[in-house]
Design a protein around this ligand. Structure first.
Ligand SMILES: [Zn+2]
Length: 132
């Protein structure tokens, strides 16, 4: 009987520790990028009066985990030959690689490899998207 009571005590203590752990987990306030912190999206004014579904109209979100930052890079090339179809009046012509590249080294590798065969004389990698 004593053993069973001790077992119940241990279970109760474990449950209490789990609840305390849940309560101490901090929520992180993050600006809503979908609506630029306004809580509304004018383009969707005809749907629930444009309330932002991402943040429920609050303009911010409370997240359990730190938001993951996702960066995207695009690359561009400079063609010096005026007869080349991609000649852009001496300016770098930005091109998309599908959805862009997820890392700067990946974009640089792709640009260097492409430059060896596409006839360009210079390349540029730029950050175009940084979202959570
Ligand atoms: Zn929003």
């Amino acid at each position: 009987m004593l053993v069973i009571l001790k077992l119940f005590d241990i279970i109760a203590l474990l449950n209490q520790a789990t609840e305390q752990k849940k309560m101490t987990k901090q929520l992180i306030k993050v600006d809503c990028r979908k609506c630029d912190n306004t809580g509304f999206i004018n383009a969707f004014n005809h749907v629930k009066r444009g309330i932002c579904f991402q943040c429920s109209g609050h303009g911010f979100q409370m997240l359990k985990n730190k938001p993951r930052i996702q960066k995207r890079y695009r690359i561009g090339f400079l063609w010096a030959d005026k007869d080349h179809c991609n000649y852009n009046n001496g300016e770098i012509l930005m091109v998309w690689g599908a959805q862009g590249y997820a890392s700067l080294p990946a974009a640089n590798r792709k640009a260097e490899a492409a430059m060896r065969i596409n006839g360009s004389i210079e390349y540029l990698v730029e950050l175009v998207k940084e979202e959570i």
